[in-house]
Design a protein around this ligand. Structure first.
Ligand code: ZN
Ligand code: ZN
Length: 637
């Protein structure tokens, strides 16, 4: 028996008695709290397997199952278990990659046919068997050539390709039972640690995301530290399915997509078009109140201008081009250029600044067909876009103004949100100095106003860093909508100036910002947030008049006319059908007020409103119901 000296992070060195002990043994001897929840360990700051060797001088920092990193290791390990199960059940399957993702994991397989939802229960049962066997995850290092030989022999071509592309001299393999995978690790010590998982869906995915390569079968799963958390998550997932905006959008008659028109292009049906109109009108008012001016540019602009702005060089693959009179034009993917030309169209003095140009700007961007999704990822969309041109001294106040704007608007929709700063990406224009100034301005504004934020390295726009606003909806899911970008580069490229107090020309700073972001995406998020039951002020149809019998139609018509006259969005159902059926249909349409007209209402000249949640209000006059709805609109409820 020999002695080694190790310590827990933040503690003193201790002696541990054991011959070539693993981290697992050492942590046990050190009697750490919640020992059975440890799934891996940071050794001198690097994540390692618990079954790796401890050496004298090591500083150990246990990773617990319920930590973010612990969960990631658990989820990734579960993907190895799934791959093993799939290979046992479907001989001849080739494995590719299986990373951890938010809440779970996936693995991409190449099998003679795509996997189906019906396969999932069998795979899950097999995985439970593997978990029950409590197989250890054994790590093995080998030379690149040995690993290539091994996977060639196994017929795992994708692994061979991965090893070749890795370009490392040595690689690591992990084995549990009879399944071996190429992997960097770390992993949980054994399969028995997996307590709560569920396979959720299958999807097609191209090998390496490349449409020219093989179509693989991707199986998604979720995994959590315990069954209770898993159950809670699955309930949320069920609720999310019910709120699916594509399903609801169809049910509520909001929008559709048509193969004849093209993928990623939304057609707004009357109720959806009305919802958009309400939002757009609301937005215009909110912008005018805050000193913005309306602006509007054309849909296509000469390609030469896109070259000047840097879009052609940095953003071309997302753009569409066309030709007019042998001259090349680009369809706008962003609205900035017209706004800059407006600014540059006359001499500007410091007294004129800031200029805030607002446009409901429709843009086209090429997205790969594989990523298109309902209203969330589309090829044509309209942004509530604005460009603020100001003096460098005004920049901080302008950023603050936009952040306040975001706060006020998101409160109306009952969204919580988080802020993130995205910094310079690999593909970018502008000098290091400008990038630093712009990044400092954004961070300075957030710090100055004591707003908490996170940093996303390298995720900025090609012309400047940005603040991203991540909304949290009713199910606590996060959505990217508003962004605030700071830019010193485009004003330079377009030679924008203002005359300062000193009589000299100076360069203005520019903010690109959206509040709701893409209207399509925002409406998609709104539909799921409200489960289709929009507050009264947003509802495309606010009330529906329902008659009990044909006798009540004359009074029903009078109510319909009265409400319409008052500017309320109202419809009527005068069919000779049972009231119960009419109510159920209106409820499915999530109309806030059903105005029941029976004999009493006809006689006394009023309505009895019923709410979509089933609650009944008492009899009221036509004027009272108009007041009630108008008051809700005023309060934006
Ligand atoms: Zn792995
Ligand atoms: Zn812009």
């Amino acid at each position: 028996m020999s002695t080694i000296k190790v310590k827990l992070k933040g503690k003193l060195f201790e002696e541990v008695q054991a011959d070539s002990p693993t981290h697992l043994e050492v942590l046990k001897q050190l009697k750490i709290k919640n020992f059975d929840k440890v799934v891996a360990v940071k050794v001198n700051g690097e994540s390692r397997d618990l079954l790796g060797p401890s050496r004298s001088g090591d500083e150990l920092d246990p990773i617990f199952l319920d930590s973010e990193e612990g969960l990631e290791i658990l989820r990734h390990s579960t993907s190895h278990v799934m791959a093993m199960a799939v290979k046992e059940l479907f001989p001849g399957t080739k494995v590719t990659i299986g990373p951890a993702i938010e809440n779970g994991f996936y693995y991409d397989f190449d099998y003679e046919r795509p996997f189906r939802e019906e396969d999932l229960p069998r795979i899950e049962d097999k995985m439970k068997e593997i978990v029950g066997m409590d197989l250890s995850f054994k790590r093995e290092e080998m030379s690149r050539q040995d690993a290539i030989d091994y996977f060639m022999k196994e017929g795992e071509d994708y692994k061979v390709e991965l090893i070749r592309d890795l370009g490392e001299d040595r690689v690591t393999l992990y084995t549990q039972g009879n399944f071996t995978d190429l992997c960097r690790g770390p992993h949980i010590p054994s399969t028995g640690r997996i307590k709560a998982f569920h396979l959720t869906k299958v999807a097609g995915a191209y090998w390496r995301g490349d449409e020219k390569r093989a179509m693989l079968s991707r199986i998604y799963g979720v995994a959590f530290s315990d069954r209770k958390t898993l159950k809670g998550y699955l309930q949320k997932l069920e609720e999310a399915k019910k709120r699916d905006h594509v399903k609801l959008g169809h049910q509520l008659g909001l929008f559709g997509t048509y193969e004849e028109i093209g993928a990623g292009m939304i057609v707004w049906h009357p109720r959806g078009a009305m919802l958009r109109h309400i939002l757009e009108e609301f937005e215009i008012q909110e912008h005018l109140k805050r000193g913005y001016e309306l602006a509007r540019g054309p849909q296509i602009l000469k390609t030469d201008l896109w070259k000047r702005s840097g879009h052609f060089e940095n953003y071309r693959e997302n753009m569409y081009f066309t030709e007019i009179d042998k001259q090349s034009y680009g369809i706008k993917p962003m609205n900035c250029l017209s706004h800059m030309l407006i600014y540059g169209s006359t001499i500007r003095s410091y007294r004129d600044l800031p200029k805030r140009y607002f446009e409901m700007g429709t843009v086209h961007r090429h997205e790969r067909s594989g990523v298109l999704q309902g209203l969330l990822r589309v090829r044509e969309f309209t942004q509530d876009d604005a460009h603020i041109l100001c003096t460098p001294e005004q920049l901080d106040g302008e950023i603050k103004g936009v952040l306040d704007f975001v706060r006020d608007i998101m409160a109306i929709f009952d969204f919580d949100y988080e802020l993130e700063i995205s910094t310079r990406p690999e593909k970018s224009i502008g000098s290091d100095e400008d990038w630093e100034r712009a990044t400092k301005a954004l961070i300075g504004a957030m710090k100055g106003h004591q707003l908490p934020y996170q940093v996303n390295e390298g995720d900025g726009a090609f012309y400047g860093p940005k603040i991203d606003v991540k909304l949290k909806d009713a199910l606590e899911r996060k959505w990217q909508c508003a962004t605030i970008q700071c830019d010193f580069t485009l004003p330079e490229r377009f030679n924008l100036v203002y005359i300062d107090k000193d009589g000299q020309k100076h360069r203005p700073a520019m903010i690109h910002r959206v509040i709701l972001g893409a209207m399509e995406r925002f409406i998609g998020v709104l539909i799921e947030h409200y489960a289709g039951a929009f507050p009264t002020w947003l509802s495309p149809v606010q009330a529906i008049v329902l008659t009990v019998t044909d006798r009540n139609i004359p009074h029903g018509k009078a109510v319909l006319d009265g409400l319409q006259e008052a500017g309320i969005r109202v419809e009527a159902d005068f069919r000779n059908e049972k009231l119960g059926l009419k109510v159920r249909e209106a409820q499915l349409q999530k109309i806030p007020y059903m105005l029941i007209i029976g004999d009493r209402e006809s006689r006394d000249g009023g309505v009895t409103p019923r709410l979509r949640n089933g609650k009944n209000l008492s009899f009221m006059s036509q004027f009272e119901i108009i007041d009630l709805i108008q008051e809700e609109c005023k309060q934006r409820r």
